[in-house]
Design a protein. Sequence first.
Length: 551
Amino acid sequence: MPATPELLLKSSEGERRIKVERERTTLGRSRDADIFIPDQWLSRMHAEILMDRGGLVIADLGSKNGTLVNGSRIQGPTPLRKGDQIKLGDHMVTVQWSLADEETEDDIQAVGTRVFSVRTLQEGVLKAPSSAEDLVRKNRVLTVLSGAAAALLAHKPISETFDQILDILFAAVEAERGAIALFEGPPGAQLAEVKASKTRRGEPILRVSRSISRRVLKEQVSILLPNVLEDAVFKSEQSIVTTGIRSAMCAPLWHSDGGKESVIGVVYLDSRERTHTFSEEDLELVTALASVAAAKIENARLLEESLEKRRLEEDMRVAAEIQRSMLPKASPSIDGYDVAAGTEPCRAVGGDYFDFHVTKDRLTFVLGDVSGKGTGAALIMTILRAAVRDHWLDDDLTQALNEMNNLVTQNVPANKYVTFFLGRLDLNTGHLDYVNAGHNAPILSRASGAVDRLKTGGMVLGLFEDAAYEKGSTRLDPLDRLVVFTDGFSETWNSKGEELGEEGLTKFVLDVKGASALAMKDHLLKKADEFAEGLKATDDRTIIVVCRKPA
């Protein structure tokens, strides 16, 4: 079956696989592109991939920032091969072929395959020698294991540890090629991904037989193929004829931790030598070495994960500092009005954004809530901030929202969006124009005790370009209070499974009479915490309070 070209698109948001099935496939940040990539560094139609006699060719479409293949900017149509890396802005595309279409000859199990229980092989090493010949064999195994344990004692980066293990295996048995593969993927569908390969002659090993590796994983066994070419099933297979493999063996990286046993991967060795085939003694030695190696690999992985966790924590700390620096450091001080704002992210960084701009006669304020949480939402927040600051002083609020929406839509993933509220207050008259883009309707608490909700506007930002928006208008009279909030408040839950909701938040607003904007902000944050009864917030809480002082 011919292989189907496939692209693996990776970004900070994750990865997705895309099969190339058309003669021409366009890539860009326009939603009209065949492959939509929401990246501000890309042109609307950035590049194209063409099918050429079963292969792929990529061409840049005159983009501003260019297209890179394997680190070099392409100057014209460029052929693509499996494994090539295409750099498009902040996105990386890898050319590969889907597993479903790969050749399946290595899924055939040889009739002459010999399978040994790992426990049986290990117990054989520990048993007292039964003869002088057995004593020599056991001394060899124990000497090799002792040397391996000493060599692997010092910590090294895991890539160097892999190379060191392969060197030890090559010193112990006469193999031409070797590989270490670790099991990755969801339980039941794990594949052995080659992490390191070593060869004395021939091409390096890129993939370990799926049928063999899955059996090693499922049954915790070691497998010996003493003479592949004499096996009736294998000798006619093109892959065997091409590589000339005559003998092979595979042992599990069998790890035990606190009584819990697991196979984290395999070691695989093969040879093309006519005069040499692997023996049961070789497999016994390799199996014992694999157990020593498994413990070292697992310890190295845990240590590197710990170090990576510390690096990530430091990155998150810096990201949080940068994000805080992008938000107002203080609320504006305005004659005749009292203003306060604040945010409490549920993680180190959040996706809520608020901002102010004050002139002599008016106050412009915004509050946005990016769908999702964490660093992804925080990155989108920076795009939102740039869009807002480019257009929030436009005289026409609806046109300003159109421009902001288009910029956000062109630069965020298709499954992301932003709820948004923009208000512009005339400081002389109290007249307020606003646009609500799918945001929670702000609460306008009147001095009389009445409550208005500011709902006029349109859909959220980021879903469709050229969305239409409508302007709403109202007025802040003396002693009126406006509370703009994110759904981190209204979607607060307690231990009884009850939601605070917008009605509950409105009640908290009405409970306080004559409070300053700062007191109101602190009161609402405190009441939301009390309602949660100690449960951790699941969303960011951000609030703006604008009070008009008595005349």
